[in-house]
Design a binder for this molecule. Structure first.
Ligand code: SF4
Length: 300
């Protein structure tokens, strides 16, 4: 039986059914409002980009990890992912190209009580910032480094980066990339990082848990997030829209915690993506070693 579409069948509203102004405000507040500078929104990222998902997951992880926002510092370099720092409602710093990690190291050394997080892209962190990355890992500096890897320099027009896959087309490799890319988890683990994980933007629960672990981990924690850049990398390589890329992740992702790191190689465009927590070790941090050295020096 179909209901006749007249207002006679609607009951009347009582006073209690109406929301008060206070209730409206409560409902209208975005769940991430406490962590984001909403006056800067809407963000600059293209539709289908994975950076917003990465930042949203980070906001949830901050809550899970019970991080005191007064003690949180988020540092970014330049590029599309470099915009994250500007959106976070905390002491955040949008630094120069490739210099997010040394800036973060400086913050940590000046005030070891701070929770210092670097949030930047693959181009920023592993190209111009590559030396800083390996040396902070070698020193096991107590930082959380989140690297969104979309395999190219998105902000400046989709140029090839040190992570660009073999034969992939970019604006600077129109006939395909002939260079071998970095395997970032293998690179930072070899350099000395004591926590290393990789997830895609489709692995929200796992990524969130990893972020919580990384935030609590004493030492250099590195998380790589594989993320679509449908505007450049996806378009140049005919990967379809962002949903197609996510479907590709779903069909080709292999979860393998503590996999031997050569297996985390991503050099084949369209190949399997090994994800997981690869390294988790307790080792003396830079500050531990510094304190131990000071003790030894005093005893001499
Ligand atoms: Fe994201 Fe690519 Fe757009 Fe940058 S250019 S915001 S990485 S989709």
């Amino acid at each position: 039986m179909t209901m006749p579409m007249t207002r006679e069948f609607e009951g009347t509203f009582s006073e209690a059914d109406h929301w008060s102004g206070e209730q409206m405000e409560e409902v209208l507040e975005h769940p991430a409002e406490w962590a984001l500078r909403t006056d800067r929104l809407p963000h600059i990222w293209c539709p289908g980009c994975g950076i917003g998902i990465s930042m949203g997951t980070f906001v949830q992880a901050l809550k899970d990890a019970e991080i005191d926002r007064q003690k949180l510092s988020v540092v970014s370099g330049i590029g599309c992912t470099g915009r994250v720092a500007g959106y976070m409602k905390c002491d955040s710093f949008h630094t120069t190209h490739g210099r997010a990690i040394p800036f973060a190291v400086g913050l940590h050394l000046a005030n070891p009580e701070l929770e210092v997080v670097v949030f930047s892209g693959d181009g920023d962190i592993s190209a111009i910032g590559g030396n800083h990355l390996i040396h902070a890992a070698r020193r096991n500096v107590d930082l959380t480094v989140i690297c969104v890897n979309n395999f190219n320099y998105g902000m400046t027009g989709g140029q090839a980066a040190p992570t660009t896959q073999e034969d992939a087309r970019t604006s600077t490799t129109p006939r395909g990339n002939f260079e071998a890319p970095f395997n970032l988890p293998a690179l930072v683990a070899a350099a000395g990082a004591s926590y290393v994980a990789r997830w895609t933007v489709l692995d929200l629960g796992r990524l969130r848990r990893s972020m919580v672990e990384a935030l609590h981990h004493p030492g250099f924690a590195f998380i790589e997030i594989i993320s679509p850049c449908p505007i450049y990398y996806g378009r140049f390589n005919r990967m379809g829209d962002s949903l197609h890329e996510l479907r590709y992740y779903k069909d080709n992702e292999v979860v393998k915690n503590f996999a031997p790191l050569p297996e985390a190689d991503l050099s084949t465009l369209g190949g399997k993506i090994v994800v997981g927590k690869f390294v988790e070790e307790q080792r003396p941090t830079f500050m531990d070693r510094k304190a131990a050295h000071a003790q030894r020096s005093k005893a001499k």
